[in-house]
Design a protein around this ligand. Sequence first.
Ligand code: TXA
Ligand code: MG
Length: 336
Amino acid sequence: MPRMFPSPSTPADIDRAVVLLRSGGLVALPTETVYGLAADASNEIAVRRIFAVKGRPASHPVIVHVAGATALDAWARDVPEAARRLADVFWPGPLTLVLPRSARALDVVTGGQDTVALRAPDHPLALAVLKAFGGGLAAPSANRFGHVSPTSAEHVRVDLGVEVDLVLDGGPCAIGVESTIVDLASDPAVPTILRSGAITAGDLERVLGVAVRLDRDDAGMEGGVRAPGMLAAHYAPRAGVELVSASAAAERAAALTAAGSHVLLVAPADVPAPGLTAEERLDAPVEPADFARVLYALLREADLRGASVVLVVPPAESGLGIAVRDRLRRAAAGRG
Ligand code: TXA
Ligand code: MG
């Protein structure tokens, strides 16, 4: 049986987590973005268990979580000045840096690539575990492969509960979508965002003083993309996902319902949909950052309500709205 604790976890739980990690166990950890499924990044067998539990293909590398910028040179080589500046400014925080890997980074972690992804998460529980543990923690999001990421300990328990040795409960995630991933390995002079998150291109540009590229490659594995987790079909609930504008929502909902779909509309409360009952609607926040915080909980709720199609009116494409729209597009591709 997994050991589980009601929120908040205590110092004794942190000690227990460290003991488990040192002996090759799997510990689900809260971070400010989403919950991660952590194992000792230096223990090949433990990292393999992550892949087995998630049902994740071995070619999909995992992020190594570290306590702070001093770990850069342990896990990466030829660390460019830009990486140090970004780590100084944004760590701990929702920013993952892709760098040339050091010998310490195992093939099972990097997917055999010559690069490693590093991040210091900004959550007191995760940082306490990392500091006490001392090493790096390989941790993908604690969900089954391709599904919706968990933003509460309860989500983890529902998805992976019996297969995880310990679930640390740090409450709901403050940000709600995964970290921004920046590639500084291909060309440090041209930082490239592989996955959008709370730290935007503008945030990075203000610190680095150079233009940041946005990699909007939706080709999936066939395209040989460098962030292999960025499959088109990802972050998907069981229900189909469809994006719709506020003005078209009512008509689209009616058409889908007429065609026999069980529609759930996720939209701000003022978006009219006269044909739908209260049970067939979930109110979405207008502010992009607020939307991000509840995005995955809304998609999970849609599945609980048995929806066959989730119609979503997305937030504005600014700030965290960029990441929310990116995840929704991928979720939509999931049943495309
Ligand atoms: O916010 C987050 O980043 C969360 C929390 C738990 O830290 N983690 C997370 O992990 O989202 P995961 O495994 O679900 O997504 C990691 C992404 C994948 O798309 C993977 O392909 C990419 O990071 N990645 C990992 N190592 C990489 C590398 N060396 N080069 C390029 N992309 C890499
Ligand atoms: Mg994931």
